[in-house]
Design a protein around this ligand. Sequence first.
Ligand code: PBG
Length: 303
Amino acid sequence: MVRETSVGSDDLMLPLFVVPGSSVENEVASMPGVFQQSVDKVVETARRAAGLGIPAVLLFGIPEHKDPRGSEAWRRDGVVQNAVRAIKEAVPELCVTTDVCLCEYTDHGHCGVLSGDSVDNDETCELLVAEAVSHAEAGADLIAPSDMMDGRVDAIREGLDDKGFEEIPIMSYAAKYCSGFYGPFRDAAESAPRFGDRRSYQMDPSNSDEALLEVELDIEEGADILMVKPAMPYLDIIRRVKDEFQRPLAAYQVSGEFAMIKAAAARGWLDEPRVVAESLTAIKRAGADIIISYFALDFAKGV
Ligand code: PBG
């Protein structure tokens, strides 16, 4: 009766990785139990998630071909666009969220187009708008830009409105840190940068005030849901953002957080169900309303 925080499956969002083909299920080496799946298999997983009371999924696409501009990102029949249509048809009640970024689609692995060795912020924003609009046209319910370009929430909002998608909300990766904890994701999404790192567009882990500034800018630009990422090493940031701005807040328990728990549990060093529940509770206690987690299915099953 006096417990302050409880986590249920309805707090969770499940990330999914979509690849071309059919009947494809490739387990990600550094993320046991997480798969790259073709559209038919992704639909099955989405149906399972909905059946367990998970209200939302977050889609990442791995295209057939990558190029310097990431042009498969806004194709009408791209992997994510196809997956959105198929999931909405099979499980209409599920909130289908799409990650908007170019790193999975560019051959150099950076989150935008390059000018010399650095990312061209403004040109990238135009491409992100095209990507976001194509996701909305496919039927996405929520658009989640993760690229961290300046001004992209404003550009995407305007682009969606222009095409008649005024009611499609934006969940912005507002305070996204340049983190070593994304390592396993880059195996899953095949998106490791070929050179350099993401320090010019992601945040310095040492900074906390800056996170509030990033969040404030995204709110001004029209973000409906804010996100802090990663989650567990940044619980202080989640709390500061929630205290400062009473807005819907998501936290992303990222691939490295998942992999750490899995690896330790596989050696018998941690009790997996216990620490999964504890980590999700801590993230919610810190102030997150929505938790994006690769553990969503297992947690919801009560494993
Ligand atoms: C794309 C993106 C990344 C993640 C989500 N969206 C990778 C990155 O920024 O390198 C990481 C998620 C995870 O580690 O689970 N920009």
